[in-house]
Write a protein that binds this ligand. Sequence first.
Ligand code: NDP
Ligand code: 8X3
Length: 253
Amino acid sequence: MTTSETVLVTGATSGFGKAIATRLIHDGYRVIATGRRTDRLNALHQVLGDALLPVTLDITDRDAIRALPDTLPQEWQAIDALINNAGLALGMEPAYDANLDDWHTMINTNISGLIEITRAFLPEMLQRKKGYILSLGSTAGTYAYRGGNVYGATKAFVEQFMQNLRTDLLGTPIRITNIEPGLCGGSEFSQVRLRDQGKAEAVYKGTDPLLPEDIAETISWLLHLPPHMNVNRMEIMPVCQAPAGLAVHRQEH
Ligand code: NDP
Ligand code: 8X3
């Protein structure tokens, strides 16, 4: 992909999305930055200039997403890459104590929102015979952990949806990548999940986690690959993390 092309980033108001938008503007792309917090999108626009188009968008608002391809300014309607980044985890309780509303919010955001916006931009990509869809899955979609329940399941959905998309799009030039990061600090992810600043900080204590800029670097690299290469999935962990085996419950005697 050459620069001066247009990339739409969901969830650009913080964390990965903000770092991705910033990196891609510096790489020379035009970026449509979306999210619910308009003040943050406007602040990003102030810093990054008119190569960034701020668009307030709740990814759970189906009508808004379906209208989006036609309501973007004409010169922004050809999307060369869609980065499905908006997402969240809510809660760490075991399934039997978890809040059902939290579960539905994760499903509506991480699954329904992601498939809606993907479906919204696919026809135009196919028509132009050009496009790249990248999604933020997670190691939580592969490795189970206590309290991961529905969050991990939404990311497993993302992985399978992306690989099935790849199959549907075989024979077209449209590319697909699912990026699956592990422990990553420097974003609001844990604060949103745990609803407690102190607990969120404790998640990263004594670690040297991935940072949003590492994810932005990865996406910049992927976008620059030659058009005949497709990276189906990428699992990325910080050096301080590894898959740590299966849990065993032992009875006390
Ligand atoms: P942040 O909480 O910092 O960012 C989440 C982004 O998602 C925000 O910009 C937020 O924007 C947006 N978002 C959430 N809900 C909605 C909604 N309903 N409509 C539109 N936008 C929404 O977290 P991260 O940057 O860490 O996470 C980004 C993605 O990466 C997520 O999908 C997450 O699951 C995934 N991920 C994160 C990892 C980590 O350890 N941090 C590891 C692996 C994957 P706003 O609130 O303004 O709408
Ligand atoms: C974020 C990584 O391990 O907190 O998706 O689920 S984890």
